[in-house]
Design a protein around this ligand. Structure first.
Ligand code: FAD
Length: 428
């Protein structure tokens, strides 16, 4: 009974702080998977029999930055240069780098002299290591011929210990950083426990929003513009509820069409498949093992790290965890890995591109380079949904950059002039 109560409380708390989305499969899974052990049952529960991926989104101030893993990664310069080449004017790497720098208060010791990082910004970025294992991974990568790099600098090919949006060990989400800084302003009103149900539109001009709080509908008018930042799942939902979306879909739901746009289409995300191993205690690398006197002596005298802990091949051959349904294939083989990926790939929670940015005559776009919704006045989107393509990185820092740039676009000012000047001689 105690357990039940605890679980119920957990479920209620969870439901209150995340939008509980589950992604349905686009097509049925390939193999007929048989489930016959407790382990199978757990996998079954989450990934197989339901054929869904759990897709949490933060339902709190700070949104998904309040429940994410806090990795601070901006993406490659090629990502943004491709956006610009395909019609996102003003969004090349050279254009967006100053906005990344503007937000940042970098406290990572080895990055203090880097021109690619900012100091004194609102978003705190700190080293992420809890143990000194990173040092060993770094040495191992160097043995393999990779450089130690700053993955938010010029090149992304190499190894870098993780940097996180934290300060003094605590999460630095967007509420804690940006909202907390502005909360005393007279022109900022935050309405919590409020769910926007639609944008108010007249003659294709947005003039406010309708929201529900405490079982009551409220309407609030905008003096200038309405800016939607509901994220890559909810912004499209709000737009569609307002009559902005694919005509056929809206008509099937009897929503009057205000603008026929590909809202909610072009969804992009990062997939991953975990590689799981039976832990073999004699091979497992723990901080205690990595930091032994013998290891240190071997490393200091030979320059080789962790040699005697075993190599990857022996770990793979001995301890690969066989996945139910794929065991008819030889482990490991290409067929086995394909079966495994097709059945067990899951999201890393980076949905983007559902209100795609680009040229206004591009039929795949919902917003132009100024983030205005096409064909509607006084309505913009500023969140992960506008990304032209999902960046080759986690998406929090890029979304914050989009917010920073949106603020300048909306106000028609350039707050990063000085940073641009400082970057004049920096490769970008
Ligand atoms: C589990 C998880 C781990 C992640 N890990 C990382 C990581 O380590 N590093 C990284 O860079 N990125 C990570 N991400 C991704 C990153 O957090 C998101 O890309 C980013 O937060 C997206 O920002 P957003 O503003 O577009 O949307 P969100 O952060 O989701 O914000 C949307 C906000 O709008 C609110 N909202 C939505 N609909 C309505 C409505 N109808 N009415 C009122 N309010 C509404 C939501 O409650 C929320 O507050 C992770 C995401 C998840 C879910």
């Amino acid at each position: 009974m105690a357990e039940l109560n605890f679980l119920s409380v957990l479920t209620v708390l969870f439901a209150a702080t995340t939008w509980f989305y589950f992604r349905k499969p686009a097509s049925s899974i390939q193999d007929n998977i048989s489930l016959n052990s407790t382990y199978d049952y757990i996998i079954d529960l989450f990934f197989i029999s339901q054929q869904v991926n759990y897709w949490p989104r933060g339902r709190v101030l700070g949104g998904s930055s309040s429940l994410n893993y806090m990795a601070y990664v901006r993406g490659s310069r090629h990502d943004y240069d491709l956006w610009a080449a395909e019609g996102c004017d003003g969004w090349s790497y050279k254009d967006v780098l100053p906005y990344f720098i503007k937000s940042e208060d970098n406290r990572v010791p080895w990055l203090q002299d880097s021109a690619y990082h900012g100091k004194g910004g609102i978003l705190k970025v700190s080293p992420g290591q809890a143990t000194n294992l990173n040092t060993y991974y770094g040495k191992a990568m160097q043995e393999l011929g990779y450089d130690i790099i700053d993955c938010n600098g010029w090149s992304q090919i190499g190894y870098e210990p993780m940097t996180l949006t934290t300060m003094n060990g605590a999460r630095c989400n967007t509420a804690r950083s940006f909202l907390q800084t502005a909360v005393m302003r007279k022109n900022l009103h935050i309405s919590v426990n409020s769910q926007v149900s639609k944008v108010l539109l007249k003659n294709k001009i947005a003039y406010g929003v309708e929201f529900i709080r405490g079982n009551r509908k409220h309407r609030i008018n905008a003096r200038k513009e309405v800016i939607l930042s509901g994220g890559a799942i909810n912004t499209p939902q709000i737009l569609m509820l307002s009559g902005i979306g694919p005509r056929k879909h809206l008509e099937s739901l009897e929503i009057p069409v205000v603008a026929d746009l590909p809202v909610g289409q072009n969804l992009q995300d990062h997939l991953f498949v975990p590689l799981n191993f039976f832990p073999n205690v004699s091979l497992a690398i723990t901080p205690e093992k990595a930091g032994t006197l013998w290891n240190n002596i071997v490393y200091k005298t030979t320059g080789k790290a962790l040699k005697h802990l075993g190599n990857l091949e022996s770990i793979l051959a001995d301890t690969y965890l066989p996945f139910p349904g794929c065991t008819k294939h030889k482990i490991p083989s290409d067929e086995y890995l394909e079966c495994y990926i097709r059945n067990f790939a899951q999201t890393v929670y980076h949905p983007t591109t559902t209100c795609r940015m680009g040229k206004t005559d591009d039929p795949t776009t919902v917003v132009g380079s100024d983030l205005r919704v096409k064909g509607i006045s006084n309505l913009r989107v500023a969140d992960a949904s506008v990304m032209r393509y999902v960046v080759s990185a986690n998406t929090n820092a890029p979304t914050i950059m989009i917010g920073e740039k949106a603020a300048d676009l909306i106000r028609g000012i350039d707050t990063v002039k000085d940073i641009k000047l400082k970057l004049k001689n920096v490769k970008s």
